[in-house]
Design a protein around this ligand. Structure first.
Ligand code: F6R
Length: 247
C-alpha cells in the first residue's frame, strides 16, 4: 500500500485529484467509483478547478457511486444523488446519463442491487474507486461485521448511524433506516483505490485499517488485500500510525 501523509485537506484533495487525473487522461470512457461525505470534497473541488481550466475532461467519464439511502428520491437534499450533483456533476462537463447512483426508490431494491453490479461489469469494472472511512472503520455502508466478500446489497443502518444522521432531518422518523451499498467484495474488484481521510476523529480507524489485522470488524482493513491502494491522509488522522510510512 502506498501511504501519502499531507499537511492539510486542500493538499489531500490536490494529491488525490492528480493521481486519478493521470490515469483518466490515459483512457477514454474511464470508470470512476465515487463516494459522498466530507472526505472527497477537497478532491471534487480540485477536479472542478481542473475541468474549468481545461486540464481535465469528464465528457466520456462514467461514474458509479458507492451508496444511497433507501426511500429518498433523488431530489431530496439529503440524498446522495443530490449531493453528487451539487458537489461535482453540476460543475464539470460530465454527461449526467453516465453518472450512476444507486436508486433509493427502486420498487425492488434487491433486484436493483444485482442490476447495479451487472451495469458495472458491462462497462468493464471500476478503474479507480474513491473511498472515505468512518470513525468506526466502515467503508461505504459496510458497517463492522460486514462480510469481506459482500456484494452490492440492501443494508440496515446501525442505531448509531441513524442517530448521527438525524441532525440532517426534521424528525428522527424521517431518517432512512436502510441503504443500498456496494459490498466490500465489489469495492475490492476496482483496479485502483484511493482512500481519503482527515481529522483526529479518524486516527483510530486509520491505524486499525492500515496496521491492524484484516478483519470484518474493521471493514477498511480489507484494503490490505488489494494490490493498488493509495491512502492520502492528513497528518491529524495519521497520529496513531506506528510503522514508518513517512518518507
Ligand atoms: C460515503 C460513504 C461513507 C463515507 C464515510 C466517511 O459515500 O460511503 O462510507 O465515506 O462515512 O464520511 P466522511 O467523509 O463524511 O467523514
Amino acid at each position: 500500500m502506498q501511504v501519502i501523509i499531507v499537511r492539510g485537506k486542500e493538499e489531500m484533495g490536490r494529491r488525490a485529484a492528480a493521481l486519478i487525473a493521470e490515469q483518466m487522461r490515459r483512457r477514454p470512457h474511464f470508470v470512476l467509483g465515487l463516494a459522498t461525505g466530507s472526505s472527497p470534497l477537497p478532491m471534487y473541488q480540485e477536479w472542478i478547478r481542473m475541468n474549468k481550466a481545461g486540464e481535465l475532461d469528464f465528457s466520456t467519464t462514467i461514474t458509479f457511486n458507492l451508496d444511497e439511502y433507501v426511500g429518498l428520491p433523488p431530489t431530496h437534499e439529503q440524498s446522495y444523488r443530490h449531493f453528487m450533483n451539487a458537489n461535482l456533476f453540476d460543475h464539470v462537463n460530465i454527461a449526467k446519463a453516465a453518472t450512476h447512483v444507486p436508486d433509493g426508490m427502486a420498487a425492488d431494491p434487491e433486484a436493483f442491487c444485482e442490476a447495479y453490479e451487472a451495469m458495472i461489469d458491462d462497462v468493464g469494472g471500476i478503474d479507480y474507486q474513491v473511498l472515505g472511512i468512518g470513525s468506526n472503520g466502515h467503508i461505504a455502508f459496510n458497517e463492522p461485521g460486514s462480510s469481506l466478500a459482500s456484494r452490492t446489497r440492501v443494508v440496515n443502518l446501525t442505531q448509531r448511524t441513524i442517530k448521527d444522521n438525524s441532525r440532517f432531518f426534521a424528525r428522527v422518523e424521517d431518517v432512512p433506516t436502510r441503504a443500498i451499498s456496494m459490498g466490500i467484495g465489489t469495492i475490492l474488484e476496482a483496479e485502483r483505490i484511493v482512500m481519503l481521510t482527515y481529522g483526529a476523529n479518524k486516527a483510530d480507524a486509520v491505524a486499525k485499517a492500515l496496521e491492524g489485522p484484516v478483519t470484518a470488524t474493521v471493514p477498511g482493513s480489507a484494503l490490505q488485500l488489494h494490490p493498488k491502494v493509495t491512502w492520502v491522509i492528513v497528518e491529524d488522522a495519521a497520529t496513531k500510525l506506528k510503522l514508518e510510512w513517512r518518507r
